[in-house]
Design a protein around this ligand. Structure first.
Ligand code: DLL
Length: 446
């Protein structure tokens, strides 16, 4: 791996500097060209998109500006479900060489497909992300995301191979073996969910593996929301630089955006994905800097392009002079999903806000669960969080007093009273993939 501290604006060693450092005008011109092609492709090859475009009175041959897209209706997860499994594919099935799927919690899963060229694009966009922060053929990349219908494992596998790195497709789970492999094979890069890294840290402590003695330097962590204090914890415990990597199956998988080493926002791969931010309630577009739901249109995919796909993820877009040299717009760390938002006594709360408060409190472990229940027909919210081993064993502190002080911290940050229940270390379920942070017991019968 290149010295990761070396990444700076005058460093020309980017995957494809011509695109990654292009002027805004050039990027927008490229986006416009690809948008035209994508809209035409969808119109000509898929009856769902044809009907939608006709209903909107839109002529795909007359796209003169990127903002024209605002005249088109959104595509939603429900559209994907209704057209399950292949109804939104835009190429004949015999050109599709791979499918992935995301399960969700209700109804049909969503199925996405890739042609050979789509898979090449996917590998390219993610290889670019990895290369631009220093991953090279000398690296040993441990892919601890699940392999299967989930896009995490295969996405990083093909991207790292594209760079020529050695890839260990270990997948999730069997944590002791993960750590042994990391130690013995001298992995330098780790790809998994942030919550899984903390589980790894815990198992490493137990079996006597010291991260500071490993070769591991860099983590591409994503697939679930995580907070800045969580990053600090991970970087400290694993002795790595932890980068936030974002993506979703419907758009391509991992590779939509990722932080560079500056760790200030996630650079979007704008030549392949056009991002908009909308007000989730009104559907109106919001300007850069304003927080809302992120919506994507793919610009180069063939088997499963999406037009104005509503992700339900909350973020904002912005542009700054990034010292890594890339000129792509950035999106903020996704703060949560509109469908994860809890409305407690009229106040909107995202689990990530709760996490942020908890992670800043000394003597709490980064393992928590938000439990929702009903009391006298009213929603009740409680947070279970583990205390650190020393506090629990030595009973150095009055735990009840500690609970109250956490409740006060939550109240001043979020504005509602949340009951806190401190738990013994290692009693809250650990995750090897996407962590389940909310346990909704509101429908349970007493
Ligand atoms: O999670 C793709 C992925 C794999 C991304 C590996 C990064 C690393 P899905 O299973 O379709 O795809 O889930 C997509 O996960 O809409 C977000 O709600 C959430 N998500 C993904 N990355 C992040 C992130 C993969 N960095 C859904 N921060 C998305 C917050 C994330 N949420």
């Amino acid at each position: 791996m290149r010295n990761i501290k070396n990444l700076k604006a005058d460093n020309p060693d980017l995957w494809d500097p011509e695109v990654s450092t292009a002027s805004r005008e050039k990027i927008r011109a490229l986006q416009l060209k690809n948008l035209r092609q994508t809209l035409k492709h969808c119109y000509e090859n898929n009856v769902f998109y044809k009907n939608r475009i006709d209903e909107a009175g839109f002529d795909p041959d007359k796209v003169s500006d990127l903002s024209d897209i605002e005249k088109l209706p959104f595509t939603t997860k429900e559209d994907l479900r209704v057209n399950y499994p292949f109804g939104l594919f835009c190429t004949p099935l015999n050109q599709v060489i791979r499918v992935h799927s995301s399960s969700g919690t209700t109804g049909n899963p969503t199925v996405v497909g890739y042609t050979k060229e789509d898979l090449e694009i996917w590998a390219q966009v993610l290889a670019r992300i990895m290369y631009d922060v220093g991953v090279r053929k000398e690296d040993i990349v441990q892919v601890s995301h699940g392999f299967g219908l989930f896009t995490g494992g295969f996405g990083f596998q093909y991207a790292a191979e594209k760079i020529g790195a050695m890839v260990i497709p270990v997948s999730g789970g069997n944590t002791e073996r993960q750590l042994k492999i990391m130690n013995d094979f001298k992995s330098t890069v780790l790809c998994c969910t942030p919550s899984y890294t903390l589980f790894m840290a815990e198992v490493a402590d137990r079996i006597g593996i010291d991260f500071s003695r490993l070769e591991l330097k860099l983590g591409f962590l994503g697939a679930e929301p995580w907070s800045e204090p969580m990053r600090n914890e991970i970087e400290k415990r694993l002795c790595i630089k932890a980068l936030n990597s974002y993506g979703l199956s419907e758009v391509i998988g991992p590779g939509v955006s990722c932080e560079c080493l500056v760790q200030d926002g996630l650079h979007l791969n704008e030549d392949h994905f056009l991002a908009e931010i909308i007000d989730p309630d009104t559907g109106k577009n919001l300007p850069p800097g304003e927080k809302g739901e992120i919506v994507f249109t793919t610009l180069t995919k063939k088997a499963f392009p999406v037009i104005r796909y509503r992700t339900k993820d909350i973020s904002y877009l912005y542009k700054n002079e990034c010292s890594c040299g890339k000129t792509f717009m950035k999106m903020s760390r996704p703060m949560g999903r509109t469908d994860d938002m809890l409305i407690i006594r009229g106040v909107n709360v995202f689990p990530s806000q709760i996490e942020e408060v908890l992670m800043n409190i000394k003597d709490l472990e980064p393992h928590y669960l938000i439990v929702l229940s009903k009391e006298n027909y009213l929603d009740k919210i409680e947070v279970w969080v583990e205390v650190s081993e020393n506090i629990f064993q030595e009973k150095l502190m009055d735990l009840e007093f500690f609970e109250k002080s956490i409740e006060n911290r939550l109240y001043s940050a979020i504005g509602i009273h949340i009951n806190v229940s401190l738990k013994e270390p290692k009693t809250i379920a650990r995750s090897e993939g996407k962590a389940q942070r909310v346990w909704d017991r509101r429908q349970e019968k007493n």
